[in-house]
Ligand binder design. Sequence first.
Ligand code: GLN
Length: 285
Amino acid sequence: MNNDVWTLGRVMKWTTGFFERKGSASARLDAELLIAHALNMSRMQLYTEHHKPLSGDELSATRALVARRGDGEPVAYIIGRKAFWTIELTVDKRVLIPRPETEHLVEHGLERMRGLANPKVLDLCCGSGCIALAVAATRRDAQVLATDLSDDALALAQTNRDELGLNNVTIQKSDAFTAIDGTFDVILSNPPYISHPQLETLMPSVKHYEPMMALDGGTDGLTFYRLISTKARQNLNEGGMILVEIGFDQGHSVSELFKAEGYRDIRIYKDYAGHDRVIEAKCPQ
Ligand code: GLN
């Protein structure tokens, strides 16, 4: 093989090695997503056309994206897309990148809506809108309200709603529960929950790129759970359920908050890594 020729296969191999050396846990996937995006190809084509030599323009387009990732920028921001549940979302630095862990919240939330016709659902702190839109895509009969305090996040959630054509979702500005009228069968929330000491220890790709407002959960990380456990009741139907995502070490403290407010049937669900990830609680009468 002529080593001066950069074939697609060679670029893939080099880029994967480069990301590995940079410490990425998903080097191969990062390389595939970025190169496919730079060359406007599908990931499958990267393999079926791996002998194809890249032109100078194709190489420089690829290099530019690879360099950004090498500097620590998350892949989802570079390509502007992120797959979540059964949908794909537009994302940029205005919102937190939807995480696979949050799919557990969607899954358990949907479980709680089973058997309920036209469920009324609230997604508090919606960010990109991933939770609200995933629920609305799965349950087309649901009426979903998605709220956030950030105008930037609301604008992007609206874009995602329109791109997905999910007109069973309404996007509205609200500082926690203050602007929310009416009651819901299920309230879902993945609020900011990183404590101040933990903020310091976040990976640079999170700390330097993702919105602090979506991460900062106050001194001990529990600010939003205190607020939710004391205020959610006024917006819950009788027997309504609240489900929140939590940090791996918050299962006990967040359960105690809901217990203290009289919530019943409190359950903690784990993620695939075996960490506490979702808390579910039933509204007191
Ligand atoms: N609900 C959004 C998500 O899960 C945003 C969460 C947040 O901003 N803390 O990605």
